[in-house]
Ligand binder design. Structure first.
Ligand code: GLC
Length: 667
């Protein structure tokens, strides 16, 4: 059951597709509601045992209690526990109390979720502008049904092509055809499977979108073809901002079409990003968004089949206006150098990057209405990805494309996936990546993943191995690192056979991962669930923060601490331990309760539920080569059962329900 309430006169974000009757906010329950000069406030008393799930891409654990979170898309690569917002904003929470309910705050400006931070007994949510609130319940009081009810109204999640479930390698620092060839060769020499290599900003001419540095990529068309022949797709980055440069055709065309965000006076608003002074395409305007997206043709004509959209919070290294003002102030500082002047100077410089006050200084043209950016801030990455997805579909309707974005809002899950931004090679980020999975799934985002091995800082061999053991299950599996850090391609390390074993496991499990993904997308289900969703009566399961159920069959319990030889695992019921080793797959029946499970650095260990089977393919070098027709099954059954596989060609845009095939499995 869903009740929709309106507060103020909201903008239509397009997050919800279903028409729902609107109730008067004064009738709202279970929150109490009040309006003040700061905006709208929603309060709820929490009971001791209540768990609060949700918020998609956010810091901290699966249970969100005890911290304050802010939905305001932010580009900041120092992701610590103290942060309150990350790159995406997903305003859905699920309260697991005596009465279970979900709440979606459909407001694209800043929303604050104080979940027992100020007072542990209360949750206070504040929206600083007009929006809709959806309260979602279910007759059976089941968390899964509530999520399903919510997912139904926001529409089906994006399904990428099958090859996008393979392994991808990336690095900010691959500068040329030669660099990329070296990566493909490195993987090949080591006997490692590979499906994608990502092209970061250095492929462009002076960081200008929709251009190519022809010196570094002299024969791109053939290069793309050659890589594909080797089974590898090249995936270029597309940044949001367009360089200000008179003889740059994209910039000029955008100017002629008045396609950029403007300042108060109506002039294009100038910001600093990688290319230097740049302007922001007004992707909230339908025509301008369409125009921006048509430029993807540049790559498609070379045979490119996938993209990652970046810097679309939008990220601002500075706004020209503030830069000019602060430099003028710097010049006025006294010439004597002392601590006071230093503090002023530091403040003037630090205040430039991603200053949220800049978001109040530019405007969108939404259906002829001038809308200040800060009130719709969280929609920028969503709308940019929406228009690019729509163009890809229009240009090549016969196949699915890979598309994912850094910034997002609920609604974007229909058009692409997300990667969770600039994490670091820290063990805590391995756990964080795991904990975000179910929260993202609730909000519709299924094609998700964190940079494997960590983006910032130097990785270590053991961290990369443990991360790859977890990434076996991550729909988006991309190793990515920033420039200046230690080389992070698995073939750069000594323990090649260990890496190979983990990578093989991914491809052996691909029929399961892909089929479960598709079924979850079609049925508005979560691919990853907290234990409490499957064992609601198990009090212990409610508190487990480092194990997840995947699909309808297995439980995951990754190792996420350095020098560990294994970990404690809580089994909510008797399960079959399934261990992928060099010597084949080993199984062992385990009784419910706590167990210390040894897990070597090169092993993946999962737990198969009673009555379930796990399809296993032969290892392959590319996702498309995995033979879905030739499977063996790991079984924990005592009577005949079926497993439903998705048997499409991996690219079709037809309804994938037509490709679901039941396979009979005998005990
Ligand atoms: C941003 C992206 C990162 C990319 C870098 C350079 O920081 O998040 O993935 O490598 O920009 O393009």
């Amino acid at each position: 059951m869903i009740k929709k309430y309106r507060f103020g006169t909201p903008i239509d974000t397009g997050a919800v597709l279903t028409e729902i009757e609107v109730f008067n906010i004064t009738e709202l329950s279970p929150f109490t509601f009040k309006k003040d000069s700061q905006g709208y406030e929603f309060n709820l008393q929490l009971k001791k045992l209540d768990v609060v799930y949700g918020l998609g891409e956010q810091v901290r654990g699966i249970n969100k209690r005890g911290w304050i979170y802010k939905s305001y898309n932010e580009d900041d690569c120092i992701i610590t526990e103290s942060r309150t917002s990350l790159y995406g904003s997903h305003n859905f929470i699920l309260v697991n109390a005596i009465n279970n309910f979900g709440a979606f705050f459909d407001f694209p400006g800043k929303v604050t979720f104080d979940i027992g931070y100020t007072d542990s007994r209360y949750m206070k949510i504040t929206c600083c502008g007009d929006g809709y609130l959806y309260i979602i319940t279910s007759d059976d009081n089941d968390l899964n049904t509530i999520v399903k009810n919510f997912r139904e109204i926001i529409g089906q999640s994006y399904i990428p092509p099958k090859w996008a479930f393979g392994i991808g390698q990336s690095r900010w620092g691959y500068k040329s055809q030669e660099d990329i060839t070296e990566v493909i060769e490195g993987y090949k020499q080591a006997g490692f499977p590979l499906d994608m290599v990502y092209m970061d900003i250095d492929y462009m001419q002076d960081y200008e979108d929709f251009t190519l540095n022809e010196e570094r990529y002299p024969d791109f068309s053939n290069f793309v073809k050659k890589a594909k022949k080797e089974g590898v797709r090249l995936i270029p980055i597309v940044d949001a901002a367009i360089k200000v440069k008179d003889d740059y055709f994209v910039y000029r065309e955008g100017l002629e079409r008045s396609a950029y965000c403007t300042d108060e006076e109506g002039n294009p608003f100038v910001v600093g990003v990688w290319p230097g002074d740049s302007v922001l395409p007004d992707v909230l305007n339908e025509e301008s968004g369409k125009w921006f997206a048509e430029n993807y043709k540049f790559y498609l004509d070379y045979g490119i089949e996938g993209f990652w959209n970046d810097m679309n919070e939008p990220a601002l290294f500075y706004s020209k206006k503030r830069l000019q003002a602060n430099v003028a102030k710097l010049k006025r500082l006294k010439s004597e150098l002392n601590i006071d002047e230093f503090e002023k100077m530091r403040h003037l410089i630090y205040a430039l990057q991603n200053n949220v006050a800049d978001y109040k200084d530019f405007y969108h043209n939404i259906n002829g209405q001038k809308v200040r950016h800060d009130l719709v801030h969280n929609l920028y990455g969503y709308k940019l990805t929406k228009c690019s997805a729509e163009y890809l579909k229009k240009y090549q309707p016969e196949k699915r494309h890979l598309l994912f974005s850094r910034s997002s809002y609920i609604g974007m899950h229909r058009y692409g996936g997300i990667w969770t931004g600039d994490n670091a090679s820290w063990w805590s980020h391995l756990l964080l990546a795991f904990q975000m999975l179910p929260s993202l799934n609730m909000c519709g985002f299924l094609y998700v993943g964190a940079d494997v091995g960590g983006f910032g800082q130097n990785t270590t061999q053991d961290l990369l191995l443990r991360w790859m053991a977890l990434a076996v299950f991550s729909p988006l599996y991309r190793n990515h690192a920033t420039q200046g850090t230690r080389n992070q391609e698995p073939y750069r390390f000594k323990a090649e056979e260990k890496f190979l074993q983990l990578m093989k496991t991914r491809y052996m499990l691909l029929p399961f991962i892909y089929s479960e993904y598709v079924k979850c997308a079609l049925n508005n289900d979560m691919l990853f669930k907290p234990l409490a969703f499957v064992y609601p009566d198990d009090v212990r399961a409610r508190t487990v923060e480092d194990q997840l159920m995947m699909g309808d069959a297995i439980m995951l319990a990754p190792v996420y601490t350095q020098n560990a030889v294994g970990r404690y695992v809580y089994l909510p019921e008797d399960m079959l331990e399934v261990r992928f080793t060099y010597a084949g797959i080993k199984t062992k029946q385990r009784k419910n309760g706590n167990h210390f499970i040894n897990i070597a650095l090169d092993q993946v260990c999962v737990f198969l539920k009673k009555g379930k089977v796990l399809p296993i393919a032969k290892p392959a070098m590319h996702a498309e080569d995995v033979d879905f027709n030739n499977l063996t099954f790991i079984k924990n059954i005592d009577k005949e059962t079926t497993y439903t596989l998705c048997m499409d060609d991996g690219e079709t845009t037809e309804d994938l329900r037509n490709y679901l095939v039941d396979v009979k499995v005998m005990p």
